[in-house]
Design a binder for this molecule. Structure first.
Ligand code: SF4
Length: 106
């Protein structure tokens, strides 16, 4: 679904049918440690790019809105490779062990 920022994201949901006015990020909503999502969060979110870069890989991504110094909202992304069962330091780069396996196949 297209987010308020104009990107496609499978975690975004909206429903304006029959008088409803629902907008939500289901990834943030699923994270109990996160502050609530706001539509402006999508403009600075890297999750759609991470999912595109890791298409076909078993990468789980968690997203949280946190406050830095009690003031600034920022998005924190945590990634975990389900195949190798390891935390992934750079979600954009993906799982290093998956990458090594793919290089070995090339
Ligand atoms: S905040 Fe990120 S993950 Fe959530 S709907 Fe927006 S683009 Fe998607």
């Amino acid at each position: 679904m297209r987010t308020p920022a104009g990107t496609d994201c499978r975690h975004y949901y909206e429903d304006y049918n029959r008088g409803r006015a629902i907008q939500e990020c289901r990834l943030i909503k699923a994270n109990r440690r996160s502050l609530p999502w706001q539509p402006g969060d999508c403009a600075k979110c890297v999750v759609p790019a991470i999912l595109r870069a890791n298409a076909g890989r078993e990468l789980r991504v968690d997203l949280a809105v946190v406050k830095r110094w009690g003031l600034l909202r920022r998005l924190r992304v945590d990634a975990y490779c389900l195949k190798h069962e390891i935390e992934v330091a750079s979600a954009e780069a993906g799982c290093p062990r998956c990458s090594a396996e793919e290089r070995g196949r090339a």
